[in-house]
Design a protein around this ligand. Structure first.
Ligand SMILES: [Zn+2]
Length: 255
């Protein structure tokens, strides 16, 4: 009697694609129910393959999966959400790539993190949208949300040392190890200072619902400070910088 394969259907975001064998594609996906999983798309690279066009990076697909030996095997795919700009605009592609890379670094295979699926939907949608500078700011918002969902803090309302509420007008210092800010009394000149304006943005992002996070977007001159704080924090907790930052720097011709 032929062995009956365990099958299931799932809706998932495509986070990474890798060529596999002659014509197959190995996909890293994040599913609504399965969380992070791998799926092999047989013949996913053949020209004219019915599945190939449905498996674009950063797209949301409805898939039928059969349990394989090492990973799921994709038997059907149907596109649910697809943002063309994420494929055609290099900045949008990199911005979406940073979000995807953070998920792959933070979430082990087989794990599901509550709140992550809608965060991906929001982030890819805002990055692809023409309004509100989503391509610049949505990855910033998503990065801090991902750190929080993964259990790495951060704490913006109180000092991580003495627990005193932080207030405007007094110096604040970023302490990545402790996962937040130190107040003026607990601060140290060796730690990076955080301006009141950047602090207000970070605090608002941690409190507002996602769909309101970029209404309005932060002032453009805050971008370098917010990006530097994010990189310091993410690099410490992920133990090395993201690859997408390096590509981004090369594109902007920074050292
Ligand atoms: Zn303190």
């Amino acid at each position: 009697m032929p062995q009956r394969w365990r099958t299931r259907s799932e809706t998932a975001w495509v986070l990474h694609r890798k060529a596999f064998g002659e014509a197959d594609v190995l996909l890293e996906m994040y599913g609504q129910h399965l969380g992070r999983f791998r799926a092999l798309a047989p013949a996913g690279r053949k020209p004219g393959s019915r599945k190939a066009g449905h498996l674009d990076l950063f797209g949301e697909v409805r898939v039928q999966l059969a349990q394989g030996r090492n990973w799921w095997v994709l038997t059907q795919a149907e596109v649910q959400t697809w943002h063309p700009r994420l494929r055609t605009d290099p900045q949008a592609f990199l911005a979406a790539g940073q979000v995807a890379e953070m998920v792959l670094r933070l979430v082990p295979e087989g794990e599901r993190v509550p709140g992550l699926y809608p965060l991906l939907a929001w982030a890819f949608g805002r990055i692809a949208s023409e309004e509100g500078e989503g391509v610049r700011w949505a990855p910033r918002v998503a990065a801090w949300h991902l750190m929080r969902l993964a259990g790495f803090g951060p704490q913006w309302a109180r000092c991580v040392r003495c627990r005193a509420p932080l207030t405007p007008g007094r110096p604040k210092f970023l302490d990545v190890r402790e996962g937040g800010l130190r107040c003026a009394d607990c601060g140290s000149p060796t730690l990076p200072r955080v301006s009141d304006r950047a602090w207000a943005v970070l605090l608002a992002w941690s409190r507002k619902p996602l769909h309101e996070a970029l209404n309005p977007p932060p002032a453009p001159d805050l971008y370098p400070e917010l990006e530097a704080l994010e990189r310091a924090y993410v690099t410490f907790w992920l133990e090395r910088p993201l690859q997408t930052w390096r590509v981004n720097r090369q594109m902007r011709r920074e050292p």
